[in-house]
Design a protein around this ligand. Structure first.
Ligand SMILES: [Zn+2]
Length: 310
């Protein structure tokens, strides 16, 4: 039995599961991020005891948004958890579950492990996972194990420069892949273009308000065959393809697994991604690498926490 803890900015969950990725029990709670870390951690520990207390646990896996220090088991000021400055989350759980091994990992790395064990990355030894949702987080499985780098920053594929003078990224740098191909960036690409009188269908789906256009309406319009929506996905897919071509040249993966946007838009974005990758990376590396949508869907976060100990 493994206890998996998922800590997010809006909700937290505790799941009891097996090393085969079977979830036996699950509880969730709203994070109420403004309550402060001590209050959140106390409620989290209580929920964890409710789910995992009295069970024979082989480990506790904690998945949380970065940045973190996995060596010390400390959460370092993630943007979605205000006030979490150097929170020793691992020792909190070690005290609550004496004698049980506890591991802390950032959510993108943990999800990479879950997709690799039980999802779209099954059976590979060299795999990259990119989230492609609110941001573009990443995790690398190299030679059959998670690669963390010198201080837990490996796999930050979303913050490679694609356009030197491009839009400002949430990280403070310019022209990052995340600023060009994440969910919010796709919404922004559409809003910027609608300004010039194009994209009537997308605007209509957003209730006529430019400010309400998100990736959701872009994908919906593209599914209907709308040329504007398809064009936006083509543009974002091209940026993503450049980023993945760079990644392929560096790590020569067998598989790249893409989250949220790729799952919802499917071939509408995968096709421009694959085409750009084929144009830019070396043919022998491209031929060896499949680029596929993630498979775990709604279960990804629960399984991510379990995957740390599986
Ligand atoms: Zn960035």
């Amino acid at each position: 039995m493994i206890l998996g803890i998922d800590i997010g900015g809006t909700k937290c969950a505790a799941v009891l599961g097996t090393s085969e990725g079977e979830v036996l029990e699950r509880r969730a709670m709203p994070t109420e991020a403004d309550a402060g870390w001590r209050d959140i951690v106390d409620r989290l520990l209580q929920m964890a005891r409710d789910v995992g207390g009295g069970r024979e646990l082989t480990g506790v896996g904690i998945s949380c948004g970065g940045p973190l220090d996995t060596t010390r088991g400390v959460v370092m000021s993630p943007p979605n958890l205000p006030g979490w400055d150097a929170v020793p989350i691992r020792s909190e759980f070690e005290r609550a579950f004496p004698g049980v091994r506890v591991e802390l990992e950032n959510d993108a790395n943990a999800t990479a492990l879950a997709e690799w064990r039980w999802g779209a990355g099954r059976g590979t030894r060299h795999m990259a996972f990119l989230t492609m949702g609110t941001g573009i987080g990443g995790g690398l499985i190299l030679d059959g194990r998670l690669y963390r780098g010198a201080n837990d920053l490996a796999g930050e594929v979303g913050h490679q420069t694609i356009l030197p003078e491009g839009p400002l990224c949430g990280c403070g740098k310019r022209g990052c892949l995340e600023a060009l191909a994440s969910g919010p960036s796709i919404g922004r690409l559409a809003r910027d273009s609608v300004m010039y009188g194009r994209g009537r269908r997308v605007l209509e789906l957003a209730g006529g308000k430019v400010a309400d256009i998100t990736a959701r309406q872009v994908i919906e319009a593209a599914r209907e065959g709308d040329a504007f929506g398809l064009g936006i996905l083509e543009e974002a897919g091209t940026y993503m393809g450049i980023g993945l071509a760079n990644l392929i040249q560096i790590i020569n993966p067998e598989r790249i697994v893409l989250g949220t946007i790729a799952v919802h838009a499917g071939d509408l974005i995968l096709e421009p991604i694959r085409r750009t990758v084929a144009e830019r990376a070396w043919a022998r590396a491209v031929e060896r690498c499949t680029i596929v949508p993630a498979e775990l869907g709604d279960r990804a976060q629960d399984l991510a926490a379990l995957a740390l100990m599986a």
